[in-house]
Ligand binder design. Structure first.
Ligand code: AP5
Ligand code: ZN
Length: 217
């Protein structure tokens, strides 16, 4: 399956993507994670992306689209993928359509995670991520690690993302409404959008997402 996951910052895209990708046996491709990996490795791409990310703005399309395409061209993504955080504006959605068309394949579904803004703010404020692996995501209240500041999975140090400060979150939400939400209408016109509520326990949301994807295929 080829799936796009969309939803506001903090909706739980990364959390859900980890389970969905495993259930569906497809790679989880997160442009945010790819940028953060480049930043921690000190690459030129990472240096370019960091200023935009810290300001809560989108990294320019010419950087993002090339990086996403390179990742989608890896052998493990040949038969499907779960895109998280890409596309993030209509220009990126059009570029993705062009790339898929050139490969003679299509998207199967766009899964839209709906969460009220006050919940999103709470989820982001308490989020802690593992330095060793960004798919190890915790929350100081909702999914507490056994030991404060330590990853349950690998023992790595948990940290708070630089762009999770209150001001930057406000900017990211604004960017989501103005630049990313329009892709939902873009994909509605293609009949691809399935919307689910992302409220409730993580496993409940995964169940809802799996049911919705099954119904849509
Ligand atoms: P990115 O990394 O994509 O961030 P985002 O879209 O803002 O999403 P988040 O990672 O903040 O949230 P999430 O929905 O994954 O939530 P999570 O699962 O962690 O992008 C960051 C930046 O990179 C962008 O601002 C931009 O600068 C740049 N960028 C990335 N892609 C780009 C692109 N395509 N074009 C241009 N620029 C790009 O969950 C959040 C918290 O909630 C966690 O603590 C989790 O434990 C908790 N939680 C999850 N589910 C539940 C639940 N059901 N109940 C209770 N708590 C829950
Ligand atoms: Zn870890």
């Amino acid at each position: 399956m080829r799936i796009v996951l969309v939803g506001p910052p903090g909706a739980g895209k990364g959390t859900q993507a980890a389970y969905l990708a495993k259930n569906l046996a497809i790679p989880h491709i997160s442009t945010g994670d790819l940028f953060r990996a480049n930043i921690s490795q000190g690459t030129e791409l990472g240096l370019r992306a960091k200023g935009y990310m810290d300001a809560g703005q989108l990294v320019p399309d010419e950087v993002t689209i090339g990086m996403a395409r390179d990742r989608m061209n890896q052998p493990d993504a040949e038969n499907g993928f779960l895109l998280d955080g890409f596309p993030r504006n209509v220009a990126q959605a059009e570029a993705l359509d062009e790339a898929l068309q050139a490969d003679g394949v299509k998207l199967d579904a766009v899964l839209d995670l709906e969460v009220p803004e006050d919940e999103v703010v709470k989820r982001i404020a308490g989020r802690r991520i593992c330095r060793n692996d960004s798919s190890h995501v915790f929350h100081v209240t909702y999914s507490r690690p056994k030991q404060d500041g330590v990853c349950d999975v690998c023992g790595g140090e948990l940290y708070q993302r630089d762009d999770d400060s209150e001001d930057t979150v406000r900017k990211r939400l604004e960017v989501y409404h103005t630049q990313t939400e329009p892709i939902i209408d873009y994909y509605k016109a293609q009949g691809l959008v399935v919307t689910i509520s992302a409220l409730g326990k993580v496993a409940e949301v995964t169940g809802r997402a799996m049911d919705a994807l099954e119904r849509s295929s």
